[in-house]
Design a protein around this ligand. Sequence first.
Ligand SMILES: N[C@@H](CCC(=O)N[C@@H](CS)C(=O)NCC(=O)O)C(=O)O
Length: 210
Amino acid sequence: MTLVLHGLPQSHNTRKVLAVAHHLGLEIALQPVDILAKASFTPAFRALNPNGLTPVLVDGDFVLWESAAILIHLASTAQNKALWPEGRARIEQLRWLFWNSAHWDHATDPVFIELVVKGLEGRGGPDPVALDHAYAAIARFGDVLDKTLVTQPFLGGDMLGLADFAVASCLQYRHIVDYRVSAFPALMTWLQRIEALPAWRATEPDWTGF
Ligand SMILES: N[C@@H](CCC(=O)N[C@@H](CS)C(=O)NCC(=O)O)C(=O)O
C-alpha cells in the first residue's frame, strides 16, 4: 500500500514525517500542499483534515492528521521497530512528543512566522512583542532540552527516537532565522547530531524563495 503524505516539504511538521519515513526505509509519496497559497483551505483538503492543517497521511483507507500521531503510526507499523521501543523507553518518547506539541513547537514557530512567513504572505513586518514572547519561551524550554542533553546523546537516552526528529524539526529554519539557541552547547551538539543523520540530509527541502 502506497503511503501518501499531503504537506509542504519546507514545513517542519511535514519534513519530520518525511525524515522518519526515510529513516525507517518506508516509501512515501509527497502530495504538495501550498499552504502559503492557502491550499489547505480548499474543500478537498478540508475533507482530509477539517483543521485545514498539514501534514496529513493517507495509508489506504486510514486518513491521519497531527504529525506526532503520524510519526507514531509509521514507527509502530513499520517492520523496522528501532524508533518504537517498548516499556519505559516508549513512554520517554511520548513524554517528549507531548512536550514538543504543547511547548517547544509554540515557543519556536512564532520566530519563523514573524520573521519569514508574514513577509511571504504580505502581512507586514514582525511583531516585536510576539518575538520577545517567543524568545522568552525558547530560553525557558531550551534550557530544559540543554540540561537533558548534557548527560545523554538523544532525548530518550542512548537511542535515537521519534522525539529527536520532532523536536529538532522545530529548529530546521535555523539557517534562515536566529532562534537564540547557540548559548545552549548540549542542545547544539545534539542538533548537529540529528542534522547529520542520512534521513535528515536526504529530506533537506529546497529553500529557494524563503
Ligand atoms: N499540531 C499540528 C500542527 C500542524 C500545523 O500547524 N501545520 C502547519 C504547517 S507546519 C500548517 O499546515 N499551516 C497552514 C495554516 O495554518 O493555514 C501537527 O503537528 O500536525
